[in-house]
Ligand binder design. Structure first.
Ligand code: SF4
Ligand code: SF4
Length: 57
């Protein structure tokens, strides 16, 4: 299981520095999570103002 970032992302950048494994980076129109490295801690979702990071089922 990993988190991913939905199109709701407004590219504010708040989540990038919160990730303990540095797997979030700016992408094309939104930030993206490297799901191979994500440990599903939820820190990105906790700081996101628009609730864009979501856990995959
Ligand atoms: Fe990083 Fe945790 Fe978000 Fe995964 S859930 S991208 S490890 S902050
Ligand atoms: Fe996008 Fe939310 Fe991360 Fe800001 S905190 S860059 S809106 S996912």
């Amino acid at each position: 299981m990993a988190y991913y970032i939905t199109d709701d992302c407004i590219s504010c950048g708040a989540c990038e520095s919160e990730c303990p494994v540095q797997c979030i980076s700016p992408g094309d129109g939104k930030y993206v999570i490297n799901e191979e490295e994500c440990i599903s801690c939820g820190a990105c979702a906790n700081v996101c103002p628009v609730d864009a990071p979501k856990p995959r089922d």
